[in-house]
Design a protein. Sequence first.
Length: 612
Amino acid sequence: MGRLTVEPAARADGRMGEFVEAFARRVEAMPPGQCPVGMVLGQLQASMVQTCGKCTPCAQGMPKIAALLRDVAEFRATKATVDAIRAKATLLRDTADCAVGWQAGQMVLAGLDAFTDEFASHVEAGECASGTRQTVPCVTQCPAHVNVPAYIALAEEGRTAEAVKMIRKDNPFPTACALVCEHPCEERCRRAMVDASLNIRGIKKYIVDTVAADTVETPQPLPATGKRVAVVGAGPSGLTCAYFLALMGHEVVVYEARKKLGGMMRYGIPAYRFPRERLDEDIRAILGAGSIEVKTECAVDAAEMAKLTGWYDAVYVAIGAQGGKTLALEGADAEGVMSAVDLLGMIGDGEHPDFTGKKVVVIGGGNVAMDCARTSVRLGAESVTVAYRRRLEDMTALPAEVESAIAEGVEMMCLQAPERIEVGADGQATALVCQPQRIGAVKRGRPAPVAADKPELRLEADIVLVAVGQAIESAPFEEYGMEADRTYFVADQYLRAMGQEGVFVGGDCQWGPKTVIMAIAAGKTAAANIDHELGFHHELDCGATVPPAHPNDRTAYGRVQVAERPACERKHDFEGVEVPMTDEEAAQECHRCLRCDVYGIGALTGRGLEAW
């Protein structure tokens, strides 16, 4: 064999990886509010770079579609232009030789269907659809629109008490969100274009670990208005609403059916993830703001609801989704079978069942399933197995929760669909029998499992925990006259209960089980709308100012992660699993913030940080 040389193209391929990685990071940091027409055009242009140009549909079709899309993007198109785009994209999808052309055509067609109003606005009005504008990503992605760059800048300067105040401007649960928030604020962080998204939740945890929330004074309430509001439910949504209404000068009375406040934060999240004393820090601060009275162990039924609407100027119903869903399985009523909600609720009241020596099987693949599995380990179970009908990568639980559960000894049995529960002569569950699955076609964004031609799998079990969702107890309120759709309360865009004067609803009971921060956002919205309904438009001062921005440091750094105690240690107790960030780690992570409010779109629009 003679001497070989490396072709220039091959040398370029060797260097291409870093460019592709940078391009992927840019896609990851796609800003909220971008024009969808421009995005579809940009994706098609990327496909044009990938195509080999061998087949006519790609070689000729893609440039023609791109030219038409450019006409739409630049407001030069007519309806006939959009029709032509659809026709050519269909032809490209159906006749291209390879997946590059097929995907390009499919992507354009999907964009036409998903963004019909935006395309119509470009054609008919000659402008982008109303509301299309880039925004500060972390603020926009946070359901409560917390001023993220501001509290990070305060933390960087060591002003952690002011950082708590800044968070509480929009979210009175800084500690809760520091420990259990799913941090959607990080999803579009522009820092990803440099290295990786900012660890926003980690910085927030550093703040509340440095200064406890209940040691930071809340704003002075505004003058009393003479208005009275009832809040039914003392979870994150109800207490958030109560907090803001009290600061506005309204008198608030909170009705809670359970012994303690906190809702599913107390009765649905295990203490190892959210220590109860940390939850109480937030609650003490909330109850210290304005005139808030609390009535615990006070369930509201139809008759009581009728009284509340007569006694108060407004009522906010935020009862959450605290009922556990069940599966229609043979043996589901056996001894030892319980819902995840029941187990976590018992522990929330301080009752710890003894699972010593027992085999536990958990059905489900979400965060609640992981909570049950990790809780069972701490209750002394001999073995804990999660049975899930999809693949591990399809689990809706946060990847970090799945990894932590595995580290603590939980076994994941994926592609196993629960078939029935075996029951002994004494009525006690003895095993969960599953039908193995194989992965099939994608439906609603995830590959759907289908029954595999394999024998059933028997998982021995003394305890079967069903973690497949939550439900609300809407019957008493429906009896009163509130409208519900599949048990979730119906409300208008201002959270007013349909057909009920002065009654508002929000949170999990209105849109189904979501996240803590989404419930908080609903409470904040309800407070503002109730205040407006009562004839006011109060503005609150959080007591902190936004620091000036330092010049960006665009040097690539590694993202600082929040560490956990060793699995061999933490799995034996209910103490918090996460280790605080050090001052040094927090300083570096804060310094990575690019201050998009100043150097990005916030400054360009003139809205900046205080727009929310």
